[in-house]
Design a protein around this ligand. Structure first.
Ligand code: IMP
Length: 180
């Protein structure tokens, strides 16, 4: 796989190797098993991007758990629109359940806060976040992010499910945008 990729009008350079991402996910799986083993949690996958991370993570969990999916949208190109839309909502009873949201990236935290409020209102017992990557310098929310795979700087990235206008999700490593 080459060190640079071009998607639409932007060029990206390889930034995090697949092995490093895999190791981070394995560490998260261990932490999650310790916390949730006896709790019958629901793992909530945010479509589309988190599917890749979720599959890599969930197949390492050795306790009974269920998954569900939601689809939200706040990004257009490389910028957050500041407005979150529920494109596909939750359609099951989550009252009294522990919910672990699975995200590919936590940026400003807006999506997390939106989901947190929605899930607590629907009666969840508790809601936590497990994210493959996080941009701590961009994070503006007060909620704790319990499980972070890799902290990254506040620059746009693609790969491992992360996209630029729909492209780049299939890259097995993480690439960072080259800004000029
Ligand atoms: P937040 O609501 O600002 O935390 O943004 C979360 C969502 O923004 C993620 O689920 C992604 O869809 C998108 N996002 C934020 N940063 C990036 C990035 O660097 N690459 C691709 N998508 C991103």
């Amino acid at each position: 796989m080459s060190e640079k990729v071009t998607l639409l009008d932007k060029t990206f350079v390889k930034y995090i190797n697949r092995e490093e991402v895999d190791e981070a996910i394995t560490r998260l799986a261990k932490e999650i098993m310790l916390e949730y083993r006896y709790d019958d949690p629901i793992l909530l996958i945010t479509l589309n991007g988190a599917v890749f991370f979720a599959v890599d993570l969930i197949k390492q969990l050795d306790f009974p758990c269920r998954i569900s999916c939601v689809k939200l949208s706040s990004y257009s190109g490389t910028e957050s629109t500041g407005e979150i839309k529920n494109l596909i909502g939750l359609n099951e009873d989550i009252s009294g359940k522990r919910i672990l949201i699975l995200e590919d990236i936590v940026d400003t935290g807006q999506t997390y806060v939106h989901l947190y409020n929605m899930l607590m209102k629907a009666g969840a017992k508790d809601v936590r976040m497990a994210t493959m990557t996080m941009k701590p310098d961009a994070y503006k929310a007060d909620l704790p992010v319990h499980y972070v795979g890799i902290n990254i700087p506040n620059k746009f990235v693609v790969g491992r499910g992360l996209d630029y206008d729909g492209y780049g999700r299939n890259l097995p490593d993480i690439y960072q945008v080259i800004t000029d």
